[in-house]
Design a protein around this ligand. Sequence first.
Ligand code: WT7
Length: 650
Amino acid sequence: MNNLMKKKNNQESSSPSSDSCLSKYKKVYDLSLENPEAFWAERAETLVSWARKWDEVLQGDFNRREVSWFSGGRLNVSSNCLDRHLEKGCRNQAALIWQGENDDEVKVYTYQMLLTETCRFANVLKDKGIKKGDCVSIYLPMIPELVIAMLACARIGAVHSVIFCGFSSTALKNRIKDCGSKVFVTADTVARGGRIIPLKPNADGPLDECQSIRNCIVVRRSEKEISMVPGRDSWWHEEMAREGIGRYCEPVEMDAGDTLFMLYTSGSTGKPKGVLHSCGGYLTYVLHTCRTVFHFSENDIHWCTADIGWITGHSYSVYGPLGAGATILIYEGLPLYPEPDRYWRIVEKFGVTVLYTAPAAIRALMHFGAGLAGRYDLSSLRFLGSVGEPINPGEWNWYFKEIGHSKLPVIDTWWQTETGGIMLAPLVHPELCGPGGCSRPLPGIDAAVFTESGRETVPGESGRLVIRKPWPGMLKAVLGDGGRVQKMYFSSYPGVYDTGDSARRSGENVFQITGRLDDVIIISGHRLGTAEIESVLTAHRSVAEAAVVGIADSLKGQKIYAFVTVGKNVEQTPGLLGELRQYVQETIGPIATHSTIQYVSALPKTRSGKIMRRLLRKIASNDFHHFGDISTLADPSVITDLIEGKKRSS
Ligand code: WT7
């Protein structure tokens, strides 16, 4: 046991300094909940530049679910991320450092340059007829144009919808059709592990089907020939050249409650949902978290390794650090390419100060690159963060010892696409916190753990993690709602936001997250809904029904396990299983690789026709006992068939 862990065991009553840190936190925290409006008003005033101050901090509450923040307030998020730093004299400071997959490919944008490029692309979008409120879908790899396109949308009040490049055809089509975007921004290819992989061709089919798209703007990333549709498709560099340099684009003043962006995420049922975030509330909250958790300063080189196609990248590669005036680092390639020392090479090369990564990356680096970190000078690092899934003690200790040299504590942060920013983190003496420990709600966040019947749990008892009061970073809405916000987040307990995660809370308001309670799978830190995969499988001509669950995987955290029944006269051949695996990977994207598929003669259903997933989860994980109450199962004999099939396929 290291010293840090030893101290952890009696941390709450340890040294006077830890007491004072704890009491300081408690004081701020208690005040924030006693008078949330005063607390958030102070945060918004201090952290955000407003064109017009708000009339009311908070309108509505969770009981009515109509919540809006800072109404009457007006601002522009891109000018908060760019112009205001120039006004403070930071024009020559690096805003964005880009490391391409090849080591010698580096680009640096100062704040001035990033503003110039943002204005140019904003003007391109305006020329294409994009106005405030229009939606722009962005399907780009980790290249500077991705950040520029997002900021350009924010500048003119267009709503961006970034789609992760690990998604392809069907997943992409669903995400464009749903929001009716008018412009699509992509790249010809992506660099992946030394290969050049076509990207735009993934979008060609979906674009032909999505009538709303009038223009597709393509970044040239390689020399590869791709097909362009005349009149619809054009090259980014040609559009930018036409704009010239120096035509300033006036930021559009937005209402605090206007939408800044939408981002698709998976729930337990149905199609992925487009989560909408507001301009004023989101920016205030993200900047609050940057102050409280990362303590950004202008000298920081902040590297959040998450792809910008996910919320982590939106909040902590783009809006948070740029809003705070720090320097962001964007890396195009894979953690293990060309060698598993790549991350440490980058940290040393640029003097990264803040590293925010995911347990999935840590697992891969531990597994393939043990000992390599020691060859690099990592002394610039002052902060090690983790996000996306629970970090286990092995990963935590490796990160702490090998990368933090037993000096930098690992800050495990919990949050969700819907929360906009970090909600729980070890805020009090993180150096005393070990793996899984010390997560406290940020000031302003009224977190609790409830039993299924809605009673607050006693210390140590597991239950559902809930949030009892609105906070400015919370999702504004879900696109085309149809009652989904109510169903997804507020149906478990009246007037309380249900996170869908299970947790335990100690008497000292320290939280430990134990996992998802719904049908969401987290693969390498990426959230996928089982329903989306099931609808892909059932669209295959040979499949009748499908049920998907997540099973543990030592590298990816979780992977897909699917049970399928085939149609009449379809033979259950090994060849078909391979075809289905391939089909899932092609239609969802590379994120959905290495799935396991098992034939079954029937799925276990309750008498009311619901698939009993908990049973399937157990069988997929080789747990053939402890099925719990199966009295509602319509035909209990299916269990034997499922178990035998599982044994055969293992
Ligand atoms: C779900 C949200 C938060 C940005 C990245 C994922 C899981 C997230 C942790 C953590 C345990 C975590 C939860 C959550 N999760 N961070 N530190 N410890 N679990 O955002 O795609 O919306 O997924 O990720 O289950 O609900 P997301």
